[in-house]
Design a protein. Structure first.
Lengths: 266, 256
């Protein structure tokens, strides 16, 4: 059921109406009328939203609300049944594999588990994208970039360790470093603080914010961690059973009297 | 009433997917970048790491075959024909098939489990979203390695198998290595070696592509990784027998 919306909260979009922030920056992601079902089970229903350059959008929702499917659709890991997903102006649903990869190079994706290549050391994990996309890059430059990224995430000493020797939080940091090493213009975070203790979650959230400011990256962050959302969000959209039901800043949504929205802020 | 339709439908779909997966190999294999170092590393894993297992199996294969056939041959006073008989059996049939079956278990299951684990831990998705073609990077080099290495392992298994036969011959009688191999090779001609060698490339390709297919298409949790490894072994072993049957039929056509 659609929650009641407060005066200070933007209403949920209807019939493909696009949610967008008030800023004048050009949109990096424009989603219109996206629906996705797995068999008979609808996961996303007529989703529409925009993310503008430099903006940090948090998509909030409970488990199974379709958050992860939504960002997987944005990089072509899932194909929507209907609708358009424009990333940097290109509708990724219609792109060929090569064109899709051209877009993917400009997008970073941090997986929930970190998804480090477990047969490679941390150094090899970080150098892998560089070797694949910057073949002519000299070894010294590659090494400099690896150390710069490890400095950013505060794990300089882990350079020769295997992923299995790292803690969950460290794996996420290395995952973030590996994603940022290609200098993406858009970052997608899939529940970056899930499974971490409060302190480590806070460190990861700070790191996300620091990296966003340092490299001026737009980002979409999927989470149900309110502390992370509060720290990182410029704007929040709330997803309930595959539908966007509310949109606003953290402070605006916190004031909502809707029971379902309020349950996130308790 | 239990209807076979859903099962048959699933089997047809899977077979179709498997064929498309194998066809994709031929599209991707000539496409740069060529990961030479990675291919060599996979060849090392498939070839060198299997040498001991294949060596022991091959030795026992030749030894047992000789010991088992010796009484029957001795009853006809035809012990001198044993090296020739063993060499034909080992080189034409037993060596390639036993080696391929061992590799289905050893290499097929490893590839199924390795890629399956990469799939469930989202490593393959991570590769995909970083604009690296995971099929090209993970599957092509593995299938190339099995296709190139299994024929060499078969040659090794055949050689060790003949040596095992020589050892078995010397349990009851005395024969020099030179004499044994002269008798063994005297019975072998190009028509024995060539088809047997060619079919090993198909064995290698089948083992690699089936192992990778099962792992690459894992969905679900860690339990499905085990199932993929198991399924890779069963399907690859079955494929070895089917290819062997087809190879025998084709060879037979040319020998008429």
């Amino acid at each position: 059921m659609m929650p009641e919306t407060e005066n200070d909260i933007a209403p949920a979009p209807t019939d493909g109406e696009v949610l967008s922030p008030a800023g004048q920056e050009e949109p990096v992601v424009e989603i219109t009328g996206v629906s996705k079902s797995f068999g008979e089970h609808p996961v996303l229903k007529n989703i529409a939203l925009q993310v503008r350059k430099g903006e940090n959008l948090v998509v909030l929702g409970k488990s199974g609300s379709g958050k992860s499917v939504l960002i997987k659709c944005m990089v072509g890991l899932e194909t929507p049944d209907e609708g358009e997903i424009r990333v940097f102006g290109k509708n990724i649903v219609d792109l060929s594999y090569r064109e899709l990869n051209e877009v993917r190079v400009r997008v970073g994706f941090l997986f929930q588990s970190g998804a480090l290549y477990d047969s490679m050391t941390v150094r090899e994990n970080l150098s892998f994208p560089l070797k694949m996309h910057h073949k002519s890059m000299p070894y010294e430059e590659r090494d400099r970039r690896i150390h710069e990224m490890l400095d950013n995430v505060g794990l300089h000493d882990a350079v020769d360790q295997m992923p299995s020797e790292l803690s969950g939080g460290q794996q996420k940091r290395i995952g973030l470093a590996r994603t940022l090493i290609l200098r993406p213009e858009l970052m997608l975070y899939d529940e970056p603080t899930t499974g971490l203790d409060t302190g480590t979650s806070h460190e990861i959230s700070e790191l996300i914010l620091k990296m966003q400011r340092k490299y001026k990256i737009s980002s979409i962050l999927i989470t149900h961690d309110m502390a992370c959302a509060k720290m990182t969000a410029d704007r929040i959209v709330m997803l309930k059973q595959g539908e966007i039901v509310a949109e606003g800043s953290y402070e605006e949504l916190e004031k909502s009297k809707d029971e379902w929205i309020h349950s996130f802020f308790i | 009433m239990l209807t076979p339709t859903p099962y048959l439908k699933k089997t047809f779909y899977q077979t179709g997917d498997q064929i498309a997966f194998a066809a994709r190999f031929f599209r991707e294999v000539f496409r740069p970048p060529y990961q030479w170092r990675e291919i060599i590393f996979q060849c090392y894993l498939v070839g060198y790491k299997s040498l001991l297992l294949i060596g022991i199996t091959g030795f026992i294969m030749g030894l047992v075959l000789t010991i088992q056939t010796r009484p029957s041959m001795a009853a006809f006073g035809a012990e001198s024909l044993i090296p020739g008989m063993v060499s034909v059996s080992v080189i034409r049939e037993i060596g390639p098939v036993i080696t391929a079956l061992i590799c289905s278990g050893n290499i097929g299951s490893r590839m199924g489990a390795e890629l399956g684990s990469m799939r469930v831990t989202e490593q393959i998705d991570a590769m995909e979203v970083s604009a690296v073609n995971p099929y090209h990077f993970l599957v092509v080099k593995r299938v190339l390695a099995t296709t190139l290495m299994i024929p060499l392992l078969v040659v090794f298994a055949d050689s060790v198998g003949l040596f095992g036969s020589y050892v078995a011959m010397n349990i009851h009688s005395r024969s020099t290595l030179y004499h044994f191999f002269s008798q063994a090779m005297g019975k072998i001609d190009f028509g024995d070696i060539f088809p047997a060698f060619v079919k090993t490339f198909f064995f290698g390709f089948a083992i690699g592509i089936i192992g990778c297919f099962k792992g690459y298409h894992v969905s679900g949790g860690t339990e499905s990784v085990g199932k993929a490894a198991n399924s890779a072994v069963v399907s690859a072993s079955l494929a070895v027998f089917v290819i062997d049957m087809l190879a025998v039929q084709i060879t037979d056509l040319f020998n008429r």
